[in-house]
Design a protein around this ligand. Structure first.
Ligand code: PDD
Length: 287
């Protein structure tokens, strides 16, 4: 089946989809993006992703490419044309195309592209397998809260993880505390049973999944504390896990080769994973 992409107002075959070489996303990483999960044809937490897109755009003073309602129509059309019921939708907005010059061009129209693909993302089996992480210095810029396409530090961190046979890198800031993963948020469950994840602010991306999990934890009566933690604390924790749209909840079974807890997925991660699955099922009407 052919895949289609949305590129600046047109639906084109994926293999023919192109942007201009002077798109500022290409030359300066001057753009933002979102990755949204599709479950049974429904965009999971779609509104929260669009809220964050608007926040990222306004932080970088990039003009909204079109109204929210129009973006939603394009999203629906991209899913329909690609026959995606379960998978991922990728949306990117850059400042636009202009002669290369660092400062904002006087007149410029934002550029928007969207793609979608079918994928089986989360499963009990993947949850049970868990992941391993390595710790690395967080060398990103100071505004990790903006979902910028400037991902080179994240790319290098993921590559280092892959070369160490690990799945993710937990990034450690100059204060010695974990900020987040290269493409996920980081969580631990302390010996006292508290669920801990770093507070939002400029140092982490406010994950949509993170926010949903905090709400679900409150419903489940799990005490959550938003604060920073160190790798040493994570190694002494009962459980550790990561969250993101594409992986939901994934237990972290080892950090830098050392076991976390008993080296198996823990009960709090399991409850949150199940609650998240039920939540998504309710959203999409499949649960
Ligand atoms: N990554 N932190 C970073 C640095 C991320 O890149 C992501 C998402 C998250 C989790 O955010 P959310 O729960 O909203 O997906 C946290 C996406 C999936 C990606 O880049 O592919």
């Amino acid at each position: 089946m052919s895949r289609f992409a949305y590129v600046n107002g047109r639906y084109v075959r994926h293999r023919d989809a192109m942007v201009h070489i002077e798109d500022r996303g290409y030359q300066f990483a001057d753009g933002v993006y979102e990755v949204v999960v599709v479950d049974h044809g429904v965009l999971v937490d779609g509104e929260a992703h669009l809220d964050r897109l608007e926040r990222s755009l306004s932080a970088l003073r990039i003009v909204q490419p079109m109204s929210r309602a129009a973006i939603k129509l394009v999203m629906g059309e991209v899913l329909r044309r690609n026959r995606v019921r379960d998978g991922l939708l990728y949306l990117q907005v850059t400042r636009g195309v202009a002669r290369r010059e660092h400062k904002f061009p006087a007149t410029i129209k934002p550029a928007m592209v969207m793609t979608a693909r079918s994928a089986a993302l989360w499963s009990q089996e993947r949850f049970s397998r868990g992941v391993s992480v390595i710790s690395l210095e967080d060398i990103r810029w100071g505004r990790a809260d903006i979902k910028s396409v400037s991902l080179i530090a994240n790319v290098l961190a993921k590559q280092a993880a892959a070369e160490a046979d690990a799945n993710e890198a937990w990034l450690v800031g100059p204060d010695g505390h974990v900020t987040e993963g290269a493409s996920s948020n980081a969580w631990i469950v302390t010996a006292a049973g508290d669920l801990v994840t770093r507070g939002t602010g400029s140092k982490i991306l406010g994950g949509v999944t993170r926010a949903t999990l905090l709400r679900l934890a409150a419903h489940l009566g799990v005490r959550a504390v938003e604060r920073a933690f160190t790798i040493e604390e994570a190694l002494k924790a009962r459980e550790a896990f990561l969250s993101s749209s594409s992986s939901a909840v994934l237990p972290v079974l080892s950090i830098d080769g050392a076991c976390v807890g008993n080296g198996r997925p823990g009960p709090v991660a399991r409850r949150l994973y199940d609650a998240y699955g039920e939540y998504v099922g309710r959203l999409s009407g499949s649960g």
